[in-house]
Design a protein around this ligand. Structure first.
Ligand SMILES: [Zn+2]
Length: 217
């Protein structure tokens, strides 16, 4: 599909946030367990004064609708459970999404187990979608992004990953939980969590051109 590149910045796999989504192994958990995902193509309005969230559009390749990116916000309870992609509430199609590399490997290795249920799982999921897309809101209070939320979110994600990687994962594969792992893992994951939260904050608060010009005056 062709997009108006003057009006929109097109985000595909080469943009940092999407590349991060693909490469960070920790996000496999977000994807597989929580159903968090990122669409194949995102359009960012270059001119709008609003924050990144508010000026992102998700185009549906099936019907051409440009969905407001805020549709899949946590306020709408649509940020999670998108295992098969983003559901298009206009044409009932599925908007393709990127897969995290680690979860792709996990999915490939476990295909013999879940492959049998793939069709029914997908149908089940599809049947539930229309209900989820009633009563949508596109408002995101400005202070909600500006607040220190990113710090809390980043750190709690890091801590969560620490528990998963150093306690839960060894238990599952039957390895010993090692002291150095426990000691080194915590600061490491907190730093990664901090970095992630910070990058998210930077990206999400970045304003369009119109606003930048105003600030420079
Ligand atoms: Zn559509």
């Amino acid at each position: 599909m062709n997009y108006d590149k003057k009006k929109y910045k097109v985000w595909d796999w080469k943009s940092p946030m999407i590349l991060h989504w693909i490469l960070n192994p920790g996000l496999a958990f977000n994807e597989l367990a929580l159903g968090q995902t990122i669409p194949k193509v995102m359009l960012i309005d270059r001119e709008s004064e609003k924050s990144m969230y508010q000026r992102s559009l998700v185009p549906c390749p099936h019907c051409g609708t440009q969905h407001n990116g805020l549709k899949w916000s946590s306020q709408n309870n649509l940020a999670f459970k998108n295992w098969f992609g983003y559901y298009c509430d206009n044409c009932k199609g599925i908007i393709p999404v990127h897969r995290n590399l680690t979860s792709l490997i996990i999915l490939t290795l476990t295909f013999p187990i879940w492959g049998w249920f793939r069709k029914s799982l997908k149908q089940n999921w599809l049947d539930k979608q229309p209900e989820r897309y009633k009563n949508l809101t596109y408002e995101l209070p400005e202070q909600k992004i500006k607040a220190k939320k990113w710090l809390k979110e980043g750190l709690s994600w890091g801590f969560f990953m620490y528990i998963i990687m150093n306690v839960v994962a060894p238990l599952i594969v039957g390895e010993d939980i090692t002291k150095p792992g426990l000691l080194l893992g915590l600061p490491m994951w907190l730093i990664i969590g901090f970095g992630w939260g910070f990058v998210m904050k930077l990206w999400m608060n970045r304003k369009g051109k119109a606003n930048k010009a105003k600030n420079e005056e």
